[in-house]
Write a protein that binds this ligand. Sequence first.
Ligand SMILES: Nc1nc2c(ncn2[C@@H]2O[C@H](COP(=O)(O)OP(=O)(O)OP(=O)(O)O)[C@@H](O)[C@H]2O)c(=O)[nH]1
Ligand SMILES: [Zn+2]
Length: 183
Amino acid sequence: MTDDIAQHYRHIITAIGENPDREGLRDTPKRAAKAMQFLTAGYQQSLEEIVNGAVFESQTDEMVLVKDIELYSMCEHHLLPFIGKCHIAYLPSGKVLGLSKFARIVDMYARRMQIQENLTREIAEAVQQVTQSRGVAVVIEARHLCMMMRGVEKQNSSMTSSVMLGSFRSNQATRQEFLTLIS
Ligand SMILES: Nc1nc2c(ncn2[C@@H]2O[C@H](COP(=O)(O)OP(=O)(O)OP(=O)(O)O)[C@@H](O)[C@H]2O)c(=O)[nH]1
Ligand SMILES: [Zn+2]
């Protein structure tokens, strides 16, 4: 697979008018292929594998919030990065999820070709599926390189997307508590 992707990068390098055989570029197709495979490694993972059974019994029923999980993804329209942070909250119902697993869930879906809205929903639904909680809230704030380096070239705009499930959707006070905690 790496060789196949590298071959395509070699064609791209040639097509943009560079010489893929010059010293500095000789290993670039292979390096770029490995980087691309890393950035899309989420396709090879499953929720079950990354959660690895780290769901624990707990009587807590108060909101749990994991804030400022850094996020690197790639927009599916231009294959350029979008970079930001993700906040996840849930209302446990007998079970809590291992802390590191929130970041693993974010990475698994971020390391795919994405748009921010779908990424936000996929993370929320995964947390809901694993925790069976009374509600899940996910907010992502990100900057899109496809809007900064090219296209409209706007350097200071960021996009905020949110998905509220269960009580975060139906109960205004719960939603407000979450929004206050992340602001
Ligand atoms: N909603 C949403 N749009 C995105 C995301 N990432 C990129 N886009 C947008 O996808 C759109 C693609 O628009 P097109 O007109 O088909 O492509 P384009 O000619 O390259 O567009 P410009 O970026 O406006 O130059 C652009 O408006 C991008 O800003 C994302 O995560 N969410
Ligand atoms: Zn884009």
